[in-house]
Design a protein around this ligand. Structure first.
Ligand SMILES: CC(=O)N[C@H]1[C@@H](OP(=O)(O)OP(=O)(O)OC[C@H]2O[C@@H](n3ccc(=O)[nH]c3=O)[C@H](O)[C@@H]2O)O[C@H](CO)[C@@H](O)[C@@H]1O
Ligand SMILES: C=C(OP(=O)(O)O)C(=O)O
Length: 446
């Protein structure tokens, strides 16, 4: 539903149990990978999020049948009839997600041509795609940009190459994997991203018949193969959603069991959670998860920098900042992955939080954004008593953070634009109800 408003009566601790599905940042990519196979793929643990709907639409436009298998959260993708789609049809999805850029390699391999609409995704920085396009050119693709979008072709086919990313970009690493697996010859990628979602995509590709080695020092070596087949895969759990609910438990002085959360993907987050004063308990029995809770007393401030994996994931930053408004003392957060990911704090300040933003790199590591006029460091002074406000959601994680702040605040907040949260948190209003939150979703009056 578009333009929904969430009416949140705050001040109650979140208590109870929820289950998280597969990762938003893996599932749509595994769906794109299915295009490379010669037989159907089966993917489990699918989250009910917008990006999955968008990729389903794009795959169907290209002749891939995407059908529920009959088992909950499971899809079967059949790429046996891949065909070209019209620019107008594809452009219905313009500006909706970042995933369409990952269709380049698979469509070039299958059809010799690809059209990519304008990308969407969170407005948290410029989000250029120069690494993607430079890599595709090195594989032998010809890229033409016109007002409609990007047109790509590969007149001499795609061939393996030596690449080094200027920064370990998640999307560019995925682009290179999805292109190299069927390129002619060997590709070596240096300075690759190694996020858990990328390792899971590599697992998917290996199941399809790809040859990919993960070497030391962020190097990937991919030997192109002539044929790939369908896969059968259960997506890794969404560590970003899991951490978001952990932060919500901390900020509301609550106790939330996140069924499905996996320790191995979250170790850096868990260290920070414990340092701030949160408690957690790992249940690694089959079907287990992680219980997060506020043990009472004061939370402790922290100095933190976001980074590529295994550092502190940038998508964890926004929810954690809300919890830090409740810590006693000065916390410092240096956002080094995106230049514009602290704008959501203005709303927290309007609710009574004490947060100051700085253009300097307030961390041990000078980052790409220092001396460049981006307010990418925050000093948070707590604890602050939050009061209710009317909030307009700026982006996915910023939106979830506003929601946490509304849940922690005294009084009734109105949170506008909650459909943005649907991009990454499946059934979040049902989960809120399961945790005892008083939150009602209503359609905004036109
Ligand atoms: C759908 C998805 O998986 N989204 C995730 C993905 O986004 P996404 O893949 O878009 O993020 P990247 O890792 O590519 O971006 C990291 C940094 O690299 C820069 N860059 C990237 C590509 C490029 O061609 N040129 C360039 O300069 C970006 O501007 C940014 O500053 O990884 C991010 C970092 O973990 C997460 O926050 C996002 O949730
Ligand atoms: C930045 C995010 O997503 P996207 O890359 O899809 O905009 C996110 O999941 O926090």
């Amino acid at each position: 539903m578009d333009n929904d408003v969430l009416i949140v009566r705050g001040g109650l601790p979140l208590r109870g149990e929820i289950r998280i599905p597969g990762a938003k940042n893996l599932v749509p990519k595994a769906m794109v990978a299915a295009l490379l196979g010669e037989s159907p793929s089966r993917l489990r643990n699918i989250p009910a999020v917008r990006d999955v709907e968008i990729v389903t639409g794009l795959l169907e436009l290209h002749g891939v049948s995407v059908r529920p298998s009959g088992m909950p959260g499971e899809l079967v993708l059949d790429p046996s009839q891949v065909e070209r789609a019209s620019v107008d049809e594809i452009n219905v999805h313009a500006g909706s997600s970042r995933i369409p850029i990952l269709f380049c390699g698979p469509l070039l391999h299958r059809l010799g041509h690809a059209f990519i609409p304008d990308l969407g995704g969170c407005n948290i920085g410029g989000r250029p795609i120069d690494f993607h396009l430079e890599a595709l050119r090195q594989f032998g693709a010809v890229v033409d940009k016109d007002p409609e979008g990007l047109h790509l072709s590969a007149p001499d086919g795609l061939h393996g190459t030596k690449l080094e990313l200027p920064y370990p970009s998640v999307g560019a690493t995925e682009q290179i994997l999805l292109t190299a697996v069927r390129a002619n010859g060997v590709t070596e990628l240096r300075n690759a991203a190694i996020e858990p979602e990328i390792i899971d995509l590599i697992a998917v590709l290996q199941k399809m018949g790809a040859l990919i080695s993960v070497l030391t020092d962020r190097t990937l070596r991919i030997t192109g193969v002539e044929r790939l087949y369908g896969y059968d895969h259960t997506a890794l759990p969404d560590r970003l959603e899991a951490a978001s609910w952990g932060c919500a438990a901390l900020a509301t002085r609550g106790d939330v069991y996140v069924r499905g959360a996996r320790q191995a993907d979250m170790m850096t987050f868990l260290n920070v959670f414990r340092t701030v004063g949160g408690e957690f308990e790992i249940d690694d029995s089959p079907g287990g998860g992680i219980r997060f809770w506020h043990p009472g007393g004061d939370l402790k401030p922290i100095a933190l920098e976001t980074d590529v994996h295994p550092g502190f994931q940038t998508d964890w930053q926004q929810p954690l900042v809300v919890a830090l408004t409740q810590a006693s003392g000065l916390s410092i957060v240096h956002e080094t992955v995106y230049e514009n990911r602290l704008g959501f704090t203005d709303a927290l300040v309007s609710m009574g939080a004490h947060i100051q933003l700085y253009r300097d790199c307030l961390g041990g590591t000078p980052c790409r954004f220092g001396q460049r006029n981006f307010r990418h460091s925050a000093v948070i002074s707590g604890p602050a008593k939050l009061h209710a406000a009317d909030l307009v959601i700026p982006d996915l994680r910023g939106g979830f953070s506003h929601l946490i702040a509304a849940l922690a605040a005294e009084g009734t907040s109105r949170v506008y634009g909650v459909d943005l949260i649907d991009r990454g948190y499946s059934d979040f209003d049902t989960k809120l109800a399961a945790l005892g939150a008083q939150a009602e979703r209503v359609a905004e009056a036109a």
